[in-house]
Write a protein that binds this ligand. Structure first.
Ligand code: SAJ
Length: 431
């Protein structure tokens, strides 16, 4: 399908415009939750569905289970006004937005089981005229697969691959692209890429996004839309890998990599990203593998970038171990556990992996500082020789201070508190 602008599209009328009164969001995580809240804040009745009863209970109590600036206030308002209701079982709606996880299995193969379960759970309540949108980051071909899972369960309905523009159900893919920590703003301001199984599907989906998106909604086909998302995150991964590789090269050459990057970035066409302890989160560390697993023979650079970024935590670990040998009973402070600054999300966090390995290797007593959590995650909790402490305690007690996450509070550390300590600053904030 050729890209078409919204203006051109709106002049064509294949169907009668039906406003969205009830929208169901399947999966109330970091994307589904804010999406549900923002739709509800625009006056739409939103049914949020999650398989976790605890999450449902929290939301119906007007609270949230994740940390994201300003989200708590919006959720409280829309739950109180009755616009947002959470449940564990899908109900009928005009549109369904699926925002469930798409992790990978062994050998980096995509795991679409959550999408399949979501499809199977909404299939019984689908009605003629419904729109189904997949937002989860997905390998190319997933939306077509979603359509066939729905069709299997609902032979009484016509799907776009059977009936083209006159299908009973419209199906589209529209990847989320928001940055954790800025989700509410980016949900509204970012452009959206909308891929429809047919043009009518895409236009119907665009009507839904226009309820809250101020950025441009650009229509394309589903495969391009799926690949767009994977491309965006792979682009970032490759660029972070470049920075991480540089940091290791520079250490060998006795060069301050952060000073180097600042200087190189003065070139008008150079924009090097920042090295760190590795790449975490549920997106950039995973999505590039969806391209690699689909076309391994050509996705060489993308695979290599993943490998470079995945090797960075080991590199930092080796450094910590080496410094620790200087002490009889080293006390090591690890500052930050989340996968990036100023969020509470520990998913795929290189910092968590580093702490885990330090525990396993019995490298020393570990003091973990993470201002965004109240208890250590289960993977670290209960181990002898590791505790969650506040920043001040860690700085007093530690022999070795490892800065893993550039949380705002860490920038303000009094440099005098670092004197006489071994400092491993993986983010270059204490220069
Ligand atoms: N990181 C670095 N150096 C940098 C930038 C990031 O080491 O210069 C690390 C971070 O510390 C973190 C990881 O990379 O561990 C990923 O962080 P991020 O801020 O680059 O990205 P995410 O995972 O929070 O969000 C990304 C975004 N994608 C792009 O910027 C292309 C976001 O827009 C997507 O919506 C999100 O993935 C997603 O859900 O796919």
């Amino acid at each position: 399908m050729v890209m078409v602008s919204q203006a051109k599209e709106s002049s064509r009328n294949y169907y009668v415009h039906i406003p969205f009164k009830r929208v169901s969001v399947i999966g109330l995580g970091y994307i589904g939750m804010p999406t549900a809240a923002i739709l509800a804040s625009r006056g739409i009745k939103v049914i949020g569905v999650d398989i976790n009863p605890k999450v449902v209970e929290t939301i119906n109590g007007g609270k949230i289970h994740i940390i994201e600036p300003e989200l708590d206030a919006i959720v409280q308002t829309v739950v109180l006004s009755g616009k947002l209701l959470a449940t564990t079982k899908p109900e009928t709606a005009d549109a369904f937005v699926i925002a469930v996880p798409t992790p990978f299995k062994e050998k980096h193969e995509p795991d679409l089981s959550y999408v399949k379960t979501a499809a199977q759970s909404i299939a019984p309540v689908l009605e003629k005229g419904n729109l189904v949108i997949l937002e989860s980051t997905s390998p190319v071909g997933t939306t077509e697969q979603l359509a066939s899972w729905l069709a299997e369960k609902r032979p009484d309905l016509q799907f776009p691959d059977q009936a083209d523009e006159s299908a009973d159900i419209q199906i589209a893919y529209c990847p989320e692209r928001v940055l954790p920590g800025r989700i509410l703003r980016e949900l509204v301001e970012n452009d959206r890429v909308i891929g429809g199984l047919t043009k009518r599907c895409a236009r119907r989906a665009m009507e839904l996004y226009k309820i809250f998106v101020q950025g441009e909604c650009v229509i394309t086909d589903v495969r391009i839309a799926e690949m767009t998302k994977l491309t965006e995150n792979s682009f970032r991964d490759v660029n972070i890998a470049f920075a991480n590789e540089l940091s290791m090269i520079c250490e060998k050459l006795d060069i301050d990599v952060w000073a180097l990057i600042q200087l190189a970035n003065r070139h008008p066409r150079v924009k090097i990203l920042q090295p760190g302890p590795g790449v975490g989160g549920h997106c950039i560390a995973i999505d590039p593998w969806f391209i690699v697993s689909a076309v391994p023979e050509y996705a060489q650079l993308i695979r290599m970038a993943r490998e470079v970024n995945d090797s960075k935590p080991h590199y930092i670990l080796t450094k910590i171990r080496e410094k620790a040998t200087r002490f009889k009973a080293p006390i090591i402070a690890c500052l930050g556990l989340s996968f990036k600054a100023d969020i509470d999300d520990l998913r795929e966090s290189p910092s968590v992996d580093i702490v885990k390995e330090l525990i396993a290797g019995n490298v020393g007593k570990l003091l973990v500082v993470e201002p965004y959590i109240e208890a250590l995650p289960p993977s670290l909790n209960g181990n002898v020789g590791v505790e969650l402490v506040d920043l001040e305690d860690a700085l007093i007690q530690a022999d070795i201070i490892v800065l893993l996450v550039n949380h705002k509070v860490f920038y303000d550390v009094d440099r005098k508190a670092l004197e006489g300590k071994v400092v491993i600053d993986t983010r270059g904030i204490w220069k």
